[in-house]
Design a protein around this ligand. Structure first.
Ligand code: APR
Length: 181
């Protein structure tokens, strides 16, 4: 585990399965139809039960770069935040801004709900094909900026599923810390 205090809060990096984490909100990497899927979204829906997909159906969808909250069903959290990251299309289709926005909007949705702790997966770097190093820099940069400007949520954990993703985020956090000194 790696932890850095930042602005009004802290960024923590963990290797693991996000469904086993306790936080006010767990973020899933959703699609714009909120239809459920594989990867982290599949894991969240399986572990949380059918109530989450029912809530998604009622909402109906969420544009890329945005985020919406639902019940967390049986998971040890108050909410699931469904964040829609971009599909990688080569890097010239606004992917970086859309990815940063997916993180920012998730934080904003939780702030509006009054929550203070949030766990993110590595959005867009699975099926959606976003190159990992670039995604880690965008993800951490967006969260760091939020922590500098806002007081809530203050406790941000990235739950990274495999060693390569964890190592890449760890290096990106070191680079970000060095540039912020
Ligand atoms: N906990 C944490 N991270 C996980 C878990 C888990 N249980 N399972 C998978 N991951 C990781 C993947 O290893 C990857 O690093 O989450 C990251 C994101 O991968 P995807 O889940 O494929 O998400 P994304 O690339 O954003 O694609 C979203 O996939 O499942 C569909 O409905 C989803 O259509 C949407 C698309």
């Amino acid at each position: 585990m790696t932890q850095r205090t930042w602005g009004h809060g802290a960024i923590r990096l963990l290797r693991g399965n996000i469904t086993e984490i306790r936080a006010d909100a767990l973020v899933t990497a959703a699609n714009d139809g909120l239809r459920g899927g594989g990867g982290v979204d599949g894991a969240i829906h399986r572990a949380g039960g059918p109530e989450i997909l029912e809530a998604c159906r009622r909402i109906g969808g969420c544009p890329t770069g945005q985020a919406v909250a639902t019940t967390a069903g049986e998971l040890d959290a108050r909410w699931i935040i469904h964040a829609v990251g971009p599909i990688w299309q080569g890097g010239n289709r606004g992917e970086a801004e859309l990815l940063a926005s997916a993180y920012r909007q998730s934080l904003r949705v939780l702030a509006d709900l009054g929550g203070s702790s949030i766990a993110f997966p590595s959005i867009s770097t699975g099926v959606y094909g976003y190159p990992l190093e670039a995604a880690a820099t965008v993800a951490l940069g967006a969260v760091a900026r939020h922590l500098e400007l806002e007081t809530q949520p203050s406790d941000v954990t990235f739950v990274l599923f495999d060693a390569r993703t964890f190592d890449t985020y760890t290096r990106a956090l070191e680079t970000l810390s060095a540039s912020g000194d």
